[in-house]
Design a binder for this molecule. Structure first.
Ligand code: C2E
Ligand code: CA
Ligand code: CA
Length: 344
């Protein structure tokens, strides 16, 4: 059969499967949605053996998953190299974890009215011996897929709490949690231990969960979030406005804070499109007893708007990028050596 025709048949079949699985089904009172991703590999020359075809289909499936839900993808030659690069990165990351190559940088959270720093968000960095400083967008997604994000995330929680214990008592630390961490059995005990061992008040630790996480496993997360809150730690809804922004999960779970995603800050004050959204989110949060933080604040103009709209906190390059704790004078621990000497 002609190669293009086989491709066409495979695509049509894939689409039929995707459509069939996409149909919602009713379980008890709730509608359940499922989706499927498909990888396609075709032998055009009859030379490729079954094992290779399966491997190619698997690589294509991986790419399809990365493109979002409910799509198919064909195997393409470059996918082999991409997979090899991923494997290498994964191995490197394991070494990095055991050799202590990860570090935390901190970005201040600023009170909009007083302009005082009220806390810091911990953002992980990877100081790789050959690659240099690697930013989280490059390794968190892979860490998420391979499950490495669980030990990495546990380390982040422990490290952030250790540092927090050295900071002035009015400051909080915010830590990002990944979906895999929320699914892992050890999260509650990691948080409990980190708080107890460092002797910090639990409400000084704020856990940030992006709203996209909540789309899956609604019930599981709801129970887990309640447990976390039962420990006395704060829970913030991160990147609000980038997912479905469902009001349902705001009702189902009482967050302490909503973080307004930086995409809404971009045009703030310049175009009239984002202001009503920012205004509505702040009003909604306040009506439900939550505070708000605007992310990605880069100029004074945005600050004026945020002040006028009653946003509580701001975070962004206007104040500071994320830096090592030692770069913030207020976080520097005063050891007897560098404490100011009293003059008579
Ligand atoms: P996020 O939680 O939304 O973190 C904010 C990101 O926006 C940070 O990027 C920060 O440097 C950047 N940012 C802050 N202010 C501004 C600004 O004014 N303008 C612009 N354009 N960007 C600003 P970063 O550090 O590269 O982190 C990216 C993402 O990686 C984070 O997004 C978070 O989702 C993830 N991440 C970082 N650390 C961790 C971690 O320890 N665990 C997990 N699971 N994810 C992490
Ligand atoms: Ca965050
Ligand atoms: Ca965010």
């Amino acid at each position: 059969m002609h190669g293009r025709r086989i491709d066409h048949i495979a695509e049509k079949t894939a689409n039929r499967i995707i459509e069939a699985v996409r149909q919602p089904c009713l379980i008890e009172d709730g509608q359940v949605l499922t989706s499927t991703s498909i990888g396609i590999a075709v032998s055009h020359d009859s030379q490729t053996d079954a094992a290779t075809l399966m491997k190619q289909a698997d690589l294509a499936l991986y790419v399809a998953k990365g493109r979002g839900r409910g799509v198919f993808s064909h195997f393409e030659p470059g996918m082999d190299e991409a997979a090899a690069a991923r494997r290498e990165l994964e191995m490197d990351m394991r070494t990095g974890l055991s050799e202590g190559q990860f570090e935390l940088h901190y970005q201040p959270l600023i009170d909009v009215i007083t302009r005082r720093t009220v806390g810091y968000e911990a953002l992980v960095r990877w100081r790789h011996p050959a690659r240099g400083m690697v930013m989280p967008d490059l390794f968190i997604p892979l860490a998420e897929e391979t499950g490495l994000v669980v030990p990495l995330g546990d380390w982040v929680i422990r490290r952030a709490c250790q540092e927090l214990a050295q900071w002035p008592a009015h400051l909080r630390v915010a830590v990002n949690l990944s979906p895999a961490q929320l699914r892992s059995a050890g999260l509650i005990s990691t948080v409990m231990q980190a708080v107890a061992e460092n002797g910090i008040a639990p409400d000084r630790l704020e856990l940030e969960i992006t709203e996209n996480v909540l789309l899956k496993d609604n019930a599981v997360h709801g129970a887990l979030l309640h447990k976390l809150r039962g420990l006395g730690v704060r829970v913030a809804l991160d990147d609000f406005g980038t997912g479905y922004s469902s009001l349902n999960y705001l009702r189902a779970f009482p967050f302490d804070k909503i973080k307004i995603d930086r995409c809404f800050l971009k045009g703030l004050g310049e175009s009239d499109e984002t202001l009503p959204i920012v205004r509505a989110v702040i009003a909604l949060a306040h009506a439900m007893g939550m505070t708000t933080t605007a992310e990605g604040v880069e100029n004074e103009h945005q600050m004026r708007v945020l002040l006028a709209e009653g946003c509580d906190q701001a975070q962004g390059y206007l104040f500071s990028r994320a830096l090592p704790a030692a770069d913030f004078p207020e976080l520097r621990r005063q050891s007897p050596v560098d404490a100011p000497k009293k003059t008579a």
